[in-house]
Write a protein that binds this ligand. Structure first.
Ligand code: SAM
Length: 248
């Protein structure tokens, strides 16, 4: 019977497409893509000729209904996003949950994902980690979201846009202090791939020393606090105390 395939695509280096991804994209009738014009380049590179449909935040409900119908009628569908793994800070959740509800097989292929790629080379603990996707855009909300990390023992992974990266690192410093180790992974799998690690101040210094440093794609990772209470920085403990006293 027909299925929905979740197909990761490269996050920079086109060689990161898997053989199985090529096989699936070559054999399905439909490819649902976030931005069909963007994906046309990849299809051209791979010689793929499936019919394409757009699936993004604004049409996902309607399109999911239509795509499920096609699968039930015997036409297989592959879902891709502009880069990396679909559904990871990308569209697809409504489509997958609808397919599951209707008893349609959903088959995910493993492949590129910026968060996992960055984490595996970060040098931060990987045994337990939390992926938070994008932080809120507004400073107050962003600082509030970062407060969740004050006593969290796990590594936290964020995606961040270039136009906000500096503001975000400034907020990290304001909320978590300058003791906390952070790692910024930039332009993964691309020519100017780079990891910048150290304190928030170290990273701010690097970002501001050359305007080009703030351009590109970023994964931000923040170390967890050590389990030993004595290792929690004084300012973090003070903030914790303040937060606790604010609780009803
Ligand atoms: N679904 C994608 C994945 O599996 O990685 C993520 C999509 S999300 C809309 C895009 C964000 O992922 C970017 O803003 C950036 O934070 C991160 N990202 C994507 N490609 C990257 C790369 N080559 N280097 C660093 N970060 C990247």
């Amino acid at each position: 019977s027909s299925s929905l395939y979740i197909v990761p695509t490269p996050i920079g280096n086109l060689q990161d497409i898997t053989q199985r991804a090529i096989d699936v994209l070559s054999s399905v009738v439909w490819i649902a893509a976030e931005d069909t014009r963007h994906s046309a380049k990849l299809f051209q590179h791979l010689g793929i000729q499936a019919k394409t449909l757009s699936l993004h935040d604004h049409n996902e409900d309607k399109r999911s209904q239509m795509l499920c119908q096609k699968i039930l009628e015997g036409e297989s569908v592959a879902l891709i996003s502009d880069a990396g793994t679909p559904l990871i800070s990308d569209p697809g959740y409504k489509l997958v949950s609808r397919c599951r509800e209707q008893g349609i097989d959903v088959i995910a292929l493993p492949g590129p994902c910026a968060a996992i790629t960055a984490l595996s080379a970060s040098g931060l603990a990987t045994d337990k980690f939390i992926f938070e996707g994008f932080l809120p855009v507004k400073t107050v909300a962003r600082q509030h979201a970062l407060e969740a990390l004050i006593s969290r023992p796990h590594t936290t992974v964020f995606y961040e846009a270039p136009r906000r990266i500096l503001d975000t690192i400034n907020d990290v410093k304001a909320v978590l202090g300058n003791e906390r180790q952070i790692v910024l992974a930039k332009e993964l799998t691309k020519t100017f791939e780079r990891y910048i690690s150290g304190s928030a101040e170290n990273v701010i210094e690097w970002l501001t020393e050359d305007p080009v440093h703030q351009k590109g794609e970023f994964v931000l990772m923040i170390d967890g606090v050590q389990v030993d209470q004595n290792d929690i920085p004084e300012e973090a403990m003070a903030l914790l105390k303040r937060l606790k006293s604010d609780l009803p």
